[in-house]
Design a protein around this ligand. Structure first.
Ligand SMILES: [Zn+2]
Length: 154
């Protein structure tokens, strides 16, 4: 399936972080802080924790493989939003793809998970919906339940 809104979503996410997050909220994290964020998040949602790896020193991007998040090192942009983005891929995988669903990588289902993650971690920053609306990024608006543990065991 075509990843139809990938670049639009990246741009909206960056614009939102730049406009609404404080320097502290947008700071580069170290490896331990990054692992802690993944642990806390998965515990809060009651989902299986993905394996967390760090790329080689020149790697500037993050990516998701089933049950595995690969993150860049701090100096290349290891921020909370990058981690919450990759966790949204994990949630999307658990919720839809694990069951054999066919969804675009950065489609509305993924974007719904991302919106939920950003609102959970930056509770007064609900402006993420506004930014996505303005930039015509599609997202599932009412994604209130975390991906179910039962689905993982199925
Ligand atoms: Zn992504």
């Amino acid at each position: 399936m075509r990843d139809f809104q990938r670049s639009k979503l990246y741009k909206a996410e960056d614009a939102w972080a730049e406009k609404h997050l404080t320097q502290k909220q947008n700071e580069m994290l170290g490896i331990e802080a990054a692992r802690d964020l993944v642990d806390e998040h998965c515990e809060r949602l009651g989902i299986m924790r993905p394996r967390v790896d760090f790329g080689p020193h020149h790697q500037k991007s993050a990516w998701y493989l089933p049950y595995r998040i690969v993150l860049p090192r701090s100096q290349f942009g290891l921020t909370r939003t990058v981690i919450l983005h990759e966790l949204a891929h994990h949630q999307s995988y658990l919720r839809y793809l694990f069951a054999g669903g066919d969804r675009a990588d950065h489609g509305a289902e993924f974007a719904g998970e991302l919106v939920a993650n950003l609102e959970l971690h930056f509770p007064r920053k609900t402006s993420v919906r506004q930014m996505f609306d303005e930039r015509k990024v599609r997202y599932l608006a009412e994604l209130t339940t975390p991906p179910d543990r039962a689905m993982i065991a199925a």
